[in-house]
Design a protein around this ligand. Structure first.
Ligand code: COA
Length: 142
């Protein structure tokens, strides 16, 4: 399963946005605003592919001071629980290290907390609400 960086506003990026909508927004009855998507322009965009079809994705945002933030981690619904998310996150951590980041954090959905814990992330905040559901901040030194 090739995992690679992809370009903003490429055909692969369009697939990525469709996957993010399907997995992360549609179940909550939410859409992406143009402003939200415009934030992707300066980020590191990562996808896992089968041939030309995207299976999973995530985004890294430079948060300054050698810290990066993981956003929009999603695995196609029918393929969850098969190790794809763990592979994508491991690849993403390697990219982050190569780019000189020293730690990675995310606003993790409470429902996904166990996934990030398995990969060495620790909760570092109280619970808060985002996109209408409970989250916690989690982080890991790279
Ligand atoms: C959360 C998500 C990215 C995980 O990816 P995945 O491919 O399903 O997970 P993997 O199969 O790689 O799982 C790796 C390990 O984490 C565990 N795990 C996966 N999802 C979990 C969850 N929601 N809660 C607890 N543990 C979980 C797996 O059991 C596995 O453990 P093992 O190594 O002991 O077998 C994916 O399920 C997903 O897209 N979920 C819906 C969207 C979402 O919540 N995204 C995260 C937003 S913060």
């Amino acid at each position: 399963m090739p995992i690679r960086m992809l370009d903003y506003q490429s055909p692969e990026y369009d697939q990525m946005v469709a996957l993010r909508y399907e997995v992360l927004r549609k179940p909550l009855g939410l859409q992406f605003s143009p402003d939200e998507l415009a934030r992707d322009a300066n980020d590191i965009l990562i996808g896992a592919f089968d041939e030309e079809e995207i299976l999973a994705c995530c985004i890294l945002t430079n948060a300054g001071e050698k810290i990066c933030r993981l956003r929009q981690m999603a695995v196609r619904n029918s393929l969850q629980g098969k190790g794809i998310g763990a592979n994508v996150l491991a690849f993403t951590e390697t990219i982050a290290r190569e780019k000189g980041f020293k730690s990675l954090y995310m606003h993790a959905r409470k429902a996904a907390q166990g996934f990030y814990e398995k990969l060495g992330y620790q909760v570092c905040s109280d619970e808060f609400e985002e996109v209408s559901i409970p989250h916690v901040e989690m982080k890991k030194n790279l």
